[in-house]
Design a protein around this ligand. Structure first.
Ligand SMILES: Nc1ncnc2c1ncn2[C@@H]1O[C@H](COP(=O)(O)OP(=O)(O)O)[C@@H](O)[C@H]1O
Ligand SMILES: Nc1ccn([C@@H]2O[C@H](COP(=O)(O)O)[C@@H](O)[C@H]2O)c(=O)n1
Length: 283
């Protein structure tokens, strides 16, 4: 298979790992990366040698398009729209995820927020894994990509909290100044969240209110991934997950159904609770 920019490093080895692919969407600074980190930590994967990890996380930011010189100048002043779907290389995301799903090892660039560019010097090699988390603001926006996910999570953190987190993060970690952060937020980030990101919440199997603070939801997700991994090692072959999923009577398929239903119920119950008790929060 031919992946643009040589991201695809060749055919799978004998022990083909065809991963369970989880999409993690949500607004900027909602806690997507933190949720993924927590999942990896609880599974004991975070400090593991990355060639041996069973669970890996990939960021959609590695798939931003390269900017022209004129766009770079705009971006420097917070006047480039990084929150519009056109800012991403949709085809490359699709081809890369397809390659991963086939058990290929792939290489992706890092992302440098200080220069607003892909970091080809610090490439990230994604080795075949059992579970791949793909996180980003618009991972459910493109239908072809959305359809690749076996499970879709949406991290739902309120806009005030997200802005309050984004401002210090962008200043301290992404080399921005306050004016630029606020200009970009008001001009592009907030309108694009409402137009492109927020509507994709409806595609989620599980909504995680309050992001990484929601330990109940994270524990459920972790337990589900553990079940998948145990199931896989019990059956001896990694491709069995795919077989079980395509067969509605398979253990994995049933586990996913149970998990999905449970989480939907939890989400509905907590929303109903907060809706009914809105006035409690005013005291
Ligand atoms: N539950 C939380 N409580 C406090 N700070 C958080 C929490 N979740 C995330 N953050 C902080 O908010 C910022 C954005 O979080 P991050 O996980 O990177 O969000 P995203 O990946 O959605 O952009 C980071 O500085 C992170 O440390
Ligand atoms: N050069 C860039 C690239 C992206 N952004 C902003 O990052 C946000 C997505 O990352 P999160 O971790 O916050 O999900 C997105 O809202 C872009 O505005 C940027 O500022 N500069």
């Amino acid at each position: 298979m031919d992946v643009e920019n040589g991201h695809n490093l060749g055919p799978p080895t004998n022990d083909v790992k065809k991963p369970f692919l989880i999409g993690v969407a949500g607004g900027t600074a909602s806690g997507k990366s933190t949720v993924c980190k927590k999942i990896m930590m609880e599974l004991g994967q975070a400090d593991m040698d990355h060639t041996k990890r069973q669970v890996v996380t990939i960021s959609q930011d590695s798939f931003y398009r390269e900017l022209t010189a004129a766009e770079e100048a705009k971006a420097f002043h917070g006047l480039y729209n990084f929150d519009h779907p056109d800012a991403f290389n949709e085809q490359l995301i699709y081809e890369t995820l397809e390659a991963i799903l086939k058990g290929f090892k792939v290489e992706i660039p890092g992302y440098d927020y200080k220069t607003n560019s892909l970091d080809h010097k610090n490439k990230i090699t994604i080795y075949p894994a059992d579970v791949v988390l793909f996180e980003g603001i618009l991972v459910f926006y493109f239908p072809k990509i959305r359809d690749l996910f076996h499970m879709k999570l949406f991290v739902d953190t309120d806009s005030d909290t997200r802005l309050a987190r984004r401002v210090p993060r962008d200043i301290n970690e992404r080399g921005r100044d306050l004016d630029t952060v606020l200009t970009q937020y008001m001009t592009y980030v907030k309108p694009a969240f409402e137009e492109f990101c927020s509507p994709t919440k409806k595609f989620a199997d599980v909504i995680i209110p309050r992001g990484a603070d929601n330990t109940v939801a994270i524990d459920l997700i972790v337990q589900h991934i553990r079940d998948l991994l145990n199931n896989r090692s019990r059956k001896g072959s990694s491709s069995n997950i795919q077989l079980a999923m395509s067969n509605e009577s398979g253990d994995s398929y049933q586990a996913i159904r149970r998990f999905s239903t449970l989480c939907k119920e939890l989400t509905i119950q907590s929303n109903v609770f907060f809706e009914k008790n809105k006035n409690l929060t005013q005291h």
